[in-house]
Design a binder for this molecule. Structure first.
Ligand code: NAP
Length: 307
């Protein structure tokens, strides 16, 4: 029987673990499928306060984990495969291992949706990115491509024009899902080029270990061609990792946890932290802040019950 179980080991989960551990709650962190979260997929992080020279994403998140362990947090490999939040203690199954806990912090994040191309995963952090704010800076005067036709793609493309020599939006249809205002803003930006009814067939070059170009196909004409590119930003949405909790806590139509004030969810004793609830900011520092909030709320919740 645990006092606090934290689901997820990204920025939010690790920060919650640091705070809960320092409050003597001996939290258990279930690492999850993508241990380390989004930070483990990026290279240099230059916007996390306290690192004037920047810090590698994987190093930052590993240091957070070490810091939490230093204060007594424990980490468990694996994924929550079942959850019963209908009464307390909450019951979880982590790859078959059963756990019971008084409070639960869900910090399972949102995974970037990827195109699923053969070379895409191999080139993440080497030209392929899902986060313009994180990685845009590295493409000063370079050719950038943004995939997607929603608000994220428009926002990222606009942001990336600060850096790139040109930014090409590649979208699979003629019509855009993006809101009119975001689309208009992108259309007015002279640095943005457009390739509609176009899909990416492959990304090069795994042998060189960096993105050098892509193969594109126009879905209307069937024309296939190669195009040079240095930065390849996939902005086709995120998927919140809440599947196992669906129907048990309130989520919105896309599965993001609905906040009931602070870090509270619709279930007393279950708290949220980070991208699993935040579809707006999605930054390491905001996730860390949310992890802190969740741990403080869990601590107060337990205190009120006399633990
Ligand atoms: P989204 O609205 O779901 O758009 C995803 C886009 O990616 C769509 O254009 C979709 O194409 C395309 N796509 C999906 N799968 C694809 C695939 N396999 N291959 C190629 N293209 C693919 O996601 P989002 O842009 O991340 O936005 C999510 C939510 O956050 C929205 O509600 C949005 O309004 C909001 N948001 C708001 C702001 C803002 O207001 N500042 C900024 C960002 C996001 P189809 O259109 O053909 O399906």
């Amino acid at each position: 029987m645990r006092k606090v179980v934290i689901v997820g080991s990204g920025c939010a989960g690790n920060t919650a673990a640091i705070y809960a551990a320092r409050a003597n709650l001996q939290p258990l962190v279930v690492k999850g499928k993508e241990a380390g979260g989004q930070l483990s997929l990026t290279t240099l992080v230059e916007n996390f306060p306290g690192f004037p020279e920047g810090v590698d994403g994987p190093v930052l998140v590993e240091n957070m984990k070490k810091q939490a362990e230093h204060f007594g947090a424990e980490y468990l490999d694996g994924e929550v495969t079942e959850a019963d939040l209908s009464s307390r203690p909450f019951r979880l199954s982590v790859d078959g291992e059963r756990l019971e806990t008084s409070t639960l912090i869900i910090a399972s994040g949102a995974s970037a949706r990827w195109l699923g191309l053969p070379n895409e995963q191999k080139l993440i952090g080497r030209g392929v990115s899902s986060c313009a704010t994180c990685d845009g800076f590295f493409y000063r005067d370079k050719k950038i491509m943004v995939i997607g036709g929603g608000d994220s793609a428009m926002e990222e493309a606009n942001f990336l024009t600060r850096f790139g020599s040109e930014v090409t939006i590649v979208h699979r249809r003629e019509e855009f899902r993006a809101s009119k205002i975001m689309l208009d803003r992108a259309r007015k930006n002279p640095k943005i080029k457009w390739l509609t009814s176009t899909v990416v067939e492959d990304i090069h070059d795994v042998q060189q270990g960096v993105v050098t170009g892509v193969r594109l196909r126009n879905v209307q004409t069937g024309r296939v061609w190669e195009q040079d590119v240095d930065g390849f930003f996939v902005a086709i949405g995120h998927i919140p990792n809440t599947k196992v909790f669906r129907g048990q806590i309130e989520t919105d139509s896309e599965g993001y946890i609905v906040s009931h004030g602070g870090a509270r969810t619709s279930v007393a004793g279950v708290f949220h932290a980070g991208d699993v609830q935040d579809r707006v900011y999605r930054q390491a520092i905001t996730a860390a802040g949310a992890g802190c909030m969740a741990a403080i709320e869990a601590e107060r919740f337990l205190e009120a019950e006399g633990h």
